[in-house]
Design a protein around this ligand. Structure first.
Ligand SMILES: Cc1cc2nc3c(=O)[nH]c(=O)nc-3n(C[C@H](O)[C@H](O)[C@H](O)COP(=O)(O)O)c2cc1C
Length: 361
């Protein structure tokens, strides 16, 4: 059976090497690219073409488009179909100013009919599924997602991905499961995929059960735990919770990820890009200052091996006789925002939003 666990788009991160790294660990259904500007794609801008770079092992794959010009969205969808892409996703929930300014992103949700028109044009132009990704609405007073979902269903949308927060919330506060449920209840037959803060198999189960959604999409949780898809699949099927992988396994997958980065982007560029990826793995290593301090200078693979060897030596001081982290150095268990007790602080802080140009997603 195809997995109903999906990889959410994370601009700057969900590139081909990351998607392949996660796919190799199993359990993942559809993965989505970073968002791609429809016009740039039609103009064959190198940056847009790089964002849709894929290979046969990277299937099924959705490309996420943003834009507000119906003809451009339609033609970009047709182009993606001809390029063998499995489905086209429309970004309706991106609160970055650059995207809202041109009428895409969250601004779309306030212009229901215009948005439905864009979707209709795309659906008529292709036979692959056209899906939409949205937030719950602009703010708590304007929870427009249920209305938008219904309008999109009438326009022929194939599935809806909904991040259970408003645009105003940014990434703060808890994911609103009742808000996702309202979207599920607003549509008649279109599958709704829940999203937001799923960092554990238990959180995936709770989101499925409490919202009635057809699947769960995971973004940042896949960085902490690229095994989350296979672990959650097992947990959902059998109730048995596979343990989080240990340090050696994490390091192995991190090395594989770097190899794929170098294979796709070249040694220098791939290593530079890895400067912001390494620290995500390190968040589950236990004490990692020594690693994080040095990884930001990474420029080639042999340097990576040195950094890693130095870190493994440094980390020994935190281990017990059996080679496990001493209890007070173990990273706290991950708990999804919607599974925390009222008023409880997030252990180790909230799931961070990575720094960089996409800080305000
Ligand atoms: C760095 C970063 C980049 C993101 N890029 C996109 C994007 O390109 N398109 C999109 O629809 N959502 C994007 N998002 C939102 C995620 O897809 C997802 O909805 C959100 O992070 C909540 O899910 P999570 O808690 O599982 O990460 C981004 C989020 C982050 C943190």
């Amino acid at each position: 059976m195809q997995s109903n666990l999906f990889l959410s788009p994370l601009a700057g991160y969900t590139n081909l090497p990351f998607r392949l790294t996660v796919r190799e660990l199993g359990g993942l259904g559809l993965a989505t690219t970073d968002l791609v500007n429809a016009r740039s794609l039609l103009e064959k801008k190198p940056k847009a073409l790089q964002l849709i770079q894929t290979c046969p092992a990277d299937r099924p794959l959705a490309v996420q488009l943003f834009g507000a010009v119906p003809g451009e969205m339609r033609d970009a969808a047709a182009y993606l179909q001809s390029a063998g892409i499995s489905s086209v996703d429309i970004n309706m929930g991106c609160p970055v100013r650059k995207v809202c300014r041109v009428g895409g992103g969250s601004a779309m949700m306030t212009e229901l009919q215009k948005t439905a028109q864009i979707v209709r044009g795309m659906v008529q132009a292709v036979h692959i599924p056209v899906t939409a990704k949205m937030r719950l609405g602009w703010d708590d007073e304007n929870l427009t997602a249920p209305d938008l979902a219904r309008a999109l269903e009438d326009a022929g949308i194939a599935a809806i991905f909904v991040h259970g927060r408003t645009r105003q919330q940014g990434f703060g506060g808890a994911v609103n499961l009742a808000g996702i449920r309202a979207v599920v209840q607003a549509v008649r037959r279109v599958p709704v995929i829940g999203n937001g803060d799923v960092t554990t198999p238990q959180a995936a189960k709770m989101m499925l059960e409490q919202t009635g959604c057809a699947g769960v999409s995971i973004g940042r949780g896949a960085f902490y735990d690229p095994w989350i898809f296979s672990r959650a699949r097992r947990f959902l099927a059998t109730g048995e919770l596979p343990p989080e992988p240990g340090f050696e396994e994490r390091v192995k997958v991190m090395c594989r990820h770097l190899d794929l980065m170098v294979g796709v982007f070249g040694e220098e560029h791939g290593c530079r890009m890895f400067r912001k990826i390494g620290p995500w793995y390190a968040r589950r290593f236990g004490p990692a200052n020594e690693f994080n301090k040095r990884i930001v200078t990474l420029s080639n693979k042999s340097q990576f091996q040195e950094i890693l060897a130095g870190y493994v030596r440094w980390r020994r001081q935190f281990l017990d006789g059996q080679g496990r982290l001493k209890p007070n150095y173990r990273p706290p268990p991950l708990v999804a925002s919607f599974m925390r007790e009222e008023g409880a602080a997030a252990p180790g802080g909230q799931i961070p939003v990575p720094k960089g140009p996409v800080e305000i997603w």
